[in-house]
Design a protein around this ligand. Sequence first.
Ligand code: ADP
Ligand code: ASP
Ligand code: MG
Length: 405
Amino acid sequence: MALIVQKYGGSSVANAKKILRVAQRVIKTKRAGHKVVVVVSAMGDMTDDLIALAGQINKNPEEREMDMLLSTGEQVSIALLAMAVHKLGHQAVSFTGPQVGIITDEFHSKARIQNVSAERIKKALGDGKIVIVAGFQGQTPSGEITTLGRGGSDLTAVALAVALKAKHCEIYTDVDGIYTADPRVIPEARKMSVATYDEILELASLGAKVMHSRSIEVGKKFNMPIRVRNSHKDVQGTLITKENKKMEEVVVSGVALAEDEAKITLFRVSDRPGVAAKVFQTLADANVNVDMIIQNKTQTNSTDISFTVLKHELTKALKTVKAAMKKVGATSITCDENIAKVSVVGIGMRSHSGIASKMFSTLAKHKINIDMISTSEIKISVVVAGDKGRLAARAIHRAFGLDKK
Ligand code: ADP
Ligand code: ASP
Ligand code: MG
């Protein structure tokens, strides 16, 4: 009897009818002779709605209270799904993250899982029940409720699959699997039947929100196979697994577009050791994630530093950096919310040259200016004007032949 963890995203449990459909699917898996643990997200856009609601009351809510609020979304879904399973004549029990021993650090709104005991899950499975767990949440060792970052139910699912030594983890969503680009932005994108952890990790951390990036990190670390599938159709999805020889032949496997970042530039920062350390340490202390960084020496004895942060952390980032400006001798600061980051990803890029030049010449052909560039072994990212992001992503997708078999 194999144990399978299934995760259903917000769109899969958006209303009562869909919850009943998920219940049927879960029961089918149980009937096929498996032990089933189900992780669910909040219904539809409930998390966004709760964030908007909080904003009507306080523009700057405390992160602890925000987590208290957002964790309720998933609690609604688990109870309703358990009721749906009961209605169909099967045994099920729902648990919150804290109830199943998901322990995290204390960083509210983006807490990291430190430990999963899962004792109550094992006991309930032993009693023959389908176990339904709230995604996206945990608690600190001192009992404070935390959330794992937007899209964090994927992480709950993979972490539970690892803790319970599941056969694999199934992620059910509203598309057929992972595509060469977001199929809603680039309709000619193609579904991948297999992909490596590294590729999906890059795609996810570069903005393809189909999977939470830390869930892939955990999957990779413990070699847990992850299958991404459509919750409404019985079609083969995408298997995320470790690398094999054949996969290396694929040079570029996907394109990601991120429209949720903003750029900050600090002008005429003193050109001496320790200055960049100061700027980015202050941001780290404020728990702001920094993505791309570019430093440029000016003709005087100073440098300009540009970097990107998530738009929703822009206010916090600006406040933090402004407070440190004097210490690093910066003369002024600007920010730009109208940017988009476009990236190409592929493990085969390690052994191929010419990918960057092809990407840049494609952008040039479309008269799209490049604002920032960053590269790693298996990706190249550029920042362009926000209103050019989609055009750039589509052109690059085509230039690398990702629209063709
Ligand atoms: P869920 O609620 O199931 O967690 P998400 O909205 O978080 O669903 O993720 C699914 C969405 O991810 C899709 O609807 C799609 O628009 C988007 N997406 C972005 N990049 C990709 C990609 N490369 N492949 C598939 N989907 C992608
Ligand atoms: N409900 C949370 C969110 O919308 C977590 C998730 O869906 O995975 O971000
Ligand atoms: Mg998601």
